[in-house]
Design a binder for this molecule. Structure first.
Ligand code: ADP
Length: 450
């Protein structure tokens, strides 16, 4: 087993990985920018190394500085968390070239899934259903128009290298296609340095349902059920549930069977998530994330499996040690992403946290690196806490969530807690009746009614 793991991340996820390491008896190395010298992930690590200036480009994205930190401290593996370098195949390759273990999939699989066109082609060949669209990239407007006519409007123009909801444009009709194509391409070039785009049917009322998988280096692949992440604003998830309010155990088994057999044939290793849109009883694959997801705790709560611990064991070459039939789903879990943002305008709200009180009690988990006196820096993602609740039923989880949100006190910065309170009290949310477009409307309706 590894003796020492360097965690190439910050904030709540760096703490999350430290916790798994500590329980496995593995020493931890934190890395941090100059802006994060006082951060909790630095305070709680066994060792820490400053790797650069506040801007992520010079620190958390600085692979050379991170590898130097690993070598100075004698770490034998690197866990990338999510974001930053977690889906960077070149970084994973560099880690391995330095004789260290990258805790994640092979660089080849990271690269394949990072290109959404290649990912869709690979999944289609393995029998996974896709959203109708172009086969591969569309070279020009005429080709995009041809595909759009065939599948019917509205369509979505998407960047092959896209992520975080960027490089995606809807064309409602033939007149709107030119602009959507031009803007998506320009955004893709500017944002990702790759202007390849493809066309997909734009679904008008899908849910976003994703499946968590674990695969070891010995050909064992299991799924840990689904997460419903339909509550999104600007394609960013805000609240996630496990399981989905609309999926039956039979549907879960069917999807799980398709996905696990595809990944077995692919020879995939470590944790991964396949994202699907679900509409009219049909699943359609949109992309695969080759890393731990922000929303992984809801899966942990219903399965009782520590996903980070499993990632570390798998990277170390250990077999899973359990089969699909050993995985039991118990109860319902919901996660709220608490961002340091204005709950109405969503403008970032960095600054000094003057008071902090986290909720507790049965079935409540808070993953956060906040403390009273902490200065939320303006340089990074605005996620400051994840509130996760678990209860035997969905109704029980909602009641627990409301109670936990009421207990939660974060003073000094604005947060999305008031928005979560409103969502939890909404009858449509309580009934589980929402699509990926629901939250956008919910937020703008509130604007209109003041
Ligand atoms: P990213 O990598 O930027 O997150 P995804 O392909 O995962 O991009 O899509 C992000 C979100 O955009 C999805 O969760 C969904 O809400 C929406 N979306 C993606 N594809 C479609 C589609 N074909 N029709 C409607 N909405 C879509």
């Amino acid at each position: 087993m590894f003796q020492k793991i360097l965690i190439a991340n910050r904030g709540e996820i760096a703490l999350r990985v430290q916790r798994a390491c500590r329980e496995l008896g593995i020493a931890t190395v934190a890395v941090h920018s100059t802006a994060d010298a006082e951060a909790m992930h630095v305070r709680l690590a066994d060792e820490s190394v400053c790797i650069g200036p506040p801007a992520a480009r010079g620190s958390y994205l600085n692979s050379h500085a991170i590898l130097s930190a690993a070598s100075i401290t004698g770490a034998d593996a690197i866990h990338p968390g999510y974001g930053f370098l977690s889906e960077n195949a070149d970084f994973a390759e560099m880690v391995e070239a330095h004789g260290l273990t990258f805790i994640g999939p092979s660089p080849a699989h990271i690269r394949m899934m990072g290109d959404k066109i290649a990912a869709k082609e690979a999944m289609a060949a393995l029998g996974v259903p896709l959203v109708p669209g172009s086969t591969g990239a569309v070279p020009d407007l005429a080709a995009a128009a041809e595909v759009a006519e065939r599948i019917g409007y509205p369509v979505l123009i998407k960047a092959a290298a896209g992520g975080g909801g960027r490089g995606m444009k809807v064309a409602r009709d033939a007149d709107g296609l030119e602009e959507a194509f031009r803007v998506a391409r320009a955004e893709a070039r500017a944002g990702f340095g790759n202007d390849a785009v493809y066309v997909e049917k734009y679904l008008d009322r899908p849910r976003h349902i994703e499946l968590q998988v674990l695969a070891d280096a010995h050909g064992n692949v299991v799924h840990l059920g689904e997460r419903d992440c339909s509550l999104q604003r600007r394609h960013q998830k805000l609240l996630e549930e496990a399981g989905s309010p609309v999926l039956t155990p039979v549907m879960r088994d069917q999807l799980g069977g398709t996905v696990t057999s595809a990944l077995r044939r692919l020879g995939y290793r470590n944790a991964g998530t396949l994202e699907f849109l679900f509409q009219d009883g049909q699943f359609a694959f949109i992309e695969m994330n080759t890393r731990l997801q922000v929303e992984h705790p809801v899966t942990e709560m219903v399965c009782g499996i520590d996903l980070v611990r499993e990632q570390i064991r798998i990277a170390d070459g250990a077999p899973l040690g359990y089969a699909q039939t050993d995985i039991l789903f118990s109860g319902h879990a919901i996660e709220c992403r608490i961002n340091a943002e204005d709950p109405e305008s969503f403008a970032p709200s960095p600054g000094l946290v003057t008071a902090f009180h986290a909720p507790g009690g049965l079935g409540v988990r808070v993953d956060s690196a906040l403390y009273a006196g902490y200065q939320v820096p303006p340089y990074y993602d605005s996620l400051i806490a994840k509130l996760v609740v678990h209860a035997p039923t969905r109704a029980g989880a909602i009641a627990r969530l409301r109670r936990a949100l009421d207990e939660f006190a974060i003073v000094g910065v604005s947060t999305t807690i008031p928005l979560h309170r409103r969502i939890v009290d909404d009858p449509a949310f309580q009934a589980g009746e929402y699509t990926i477009h629901w939250l956008e409307r919910f937020v703008s309706d509130a604007d209109r009614t003041g």
